[in-house]
Design a binder for this molecule. Structure first.
Ligand SMILES: *Cc1c(COP(=O)(O)O)cnc(C)c1O
Length: 395
């Protein structure tokens, strides 16, 4: 029998290739019907039943759409999971995953969790009877001490945001298995290019694909991957039931962005290391947070579970007043919420991503008024440092 175009063009088993290859050859990169060089946009809400006794594979786009399916299979392949799901935002993926829990359940959560996740847990899920304890996830003893009879899951974010604390994913996930808890990891900062939590024992991986995966500050999206088919079916049931699906145009844009993930991460990571070391050498910077610095307390744990240090560097300029001066003086980066794009983005957690956190809680978590978060883009690193330098020298 003649080989399909797909088989002819993809003689390798994609599951066995390296990640750089998987990013380009993920199985749906060539359209089976026409040989077209990108996934077709199935801009359709519903599908014709040619034979009422044999319903089509897809019947309604909330429940399934071939363009979305290509993206969902793509992220599952990259993360090494059983099933993937695409949501209209990172928070939609995260909130849908939290719907696995019920009133009376308790969760253990990274204390410097993404601000929106903190708001979801404290402002919405708390009202629905799902309780969360926020703990220093870099301290396994502290995590274990938070266990209650009704604890159902541990929610990790590593490196955490914005102070880049590290959680031992394999260690915590193994403990979760022993205790019968689900282990969930927000892998937005590392992406599967550098860190694959399912291979380390986690049950669910979540992404704000708005960041590095999309990579161009032009798409809002979320992704989820489950380690098992069973957990995948539970998440799918929730996604369909809640109606939380990514539109096909955005699925297409996201796949377009993801193809260059490796090239973008590699470039930005090399620049990030230089910038972090340069900042650390300055006497006018109070603290630099980057897992690639030899001064980072958990550098070794990070190096054990990830193949790169990422492209987010946080640093403390000493005061809120100075931070605002720097934000107003920089010329190259976007001054904005968000991260993980082709262009550098400088954000101010205290007034942006973590504004939803009460000031006392922020202070406890090291999110000081002088803290800036730099997402390093693809500009020339010398230009980025020169720009930061002139902004920092402004008094
Ligand atoms: C941005 C972000 C989110 C939320 O994603 P959205 O796409 O903005 O909804 C969640 N977690 C982390 C770590 C993020 O950076």
């Amino acid at each position: 029998m003649a080989k399909s175009i797909q088989e002819a063009l993809d003689p390798l088993n994609v599951r066995n290739t390296k990640l750089d290859t998987k990013l380009l050859h993920f199985g749906a990169e060539v359209d089976q019907a026409t040989g077209a060089s990108s996934v077709p946009l199935y801009q359709a809400s519903t599908f014709h039943h040619a034979d009422i006794f044999n319903p089509p594979q897809y019947d309604y786009s909330r429940s399934g759409n071939p363009t979305r399916q290509a993206l969902e299979d793509y992220i599952a392949l990259l993360e090494g999971g059983a099933a993937g799901y695409a949501f209209p935002s990172g928070m939609a993926a995260i909130s849908t995953a939290f719907m696995l829990f019920s009133a009376g359940d308790h969760l253990i959560v990274t204390e410097d969790v993404y601000g929106g996740t903190y708001r979801l847990l404290t402002g919405i899920l708390g009202r629905l009877g799902i309780e969360a304890s926020f703990v220093d996830m870099s301290r396994p003893d502290v995590v274990k001490a938070a266990l209650r009879p009704n604890t159902k899951a541990v929610y990790m974010e590593t490196p955490s945001n914005p102070t880049l604390k590290i959680t031992d994913i394999a260690g915590i996930s193994a403990w979760c298995k022993q205790q019968g808890l689900l282990s969930i990891v927000d892998n937005t900062f590392m992406t599967p290019y550098y860190q694959r939590p399912i291979e380390l024992g986690a049950d669910i991986v979540l992404h704000s694909a708005t960041k590095f995966l999309g990579g161009h500050s032009d798409v809002l999206a979320g992704l989820a991957v489950t380690a098992t088919k069973e957990l995948g079916s539970e998440l799918k049931y929730l996604q369909n039931g809640l109606g939380s699906v990514l539109g096909v145009q955005d699925c297409w844009l996201l796949m377009r962005g993801m193809k260059t993930l490796g090239a973008r991460m590699t470039h930005s990571e090399i620049s990030s290391r230089r910038i972090a070391e340069w900042l650390e050498g300055r006497s006018d910077i109070q603290a630099v947070y980057y897992p690639g610095l030899s001064s980072h307390p958990d550098r070794e744990i990070h190096a054990k579970q990830a193949t790169g240090y990422g492209a987010v560097v946080s640093f403390d300029v000493g005061s809120g007043e100075r931070a605002k001066k720097v934000l107003n003086q920089v010329k190259l980066p976007l001054v904005a919420v968000s991260l993980g794009a082709v262009e550098s983005i400088l954000s101010y957690p205290a007034m942006m991503s973590h504004a939803a956190m009460p000031a006392e809680v922020r202070a406890e978590r090291g999110i000081t008024d002088g803290l800036l978060r730099f997402s390093v883009g693809l500009e020339d690193v010398e230009d980025l440092m020169a720009d930061l330098d002139q902004a920092l020298d402004q008094e």
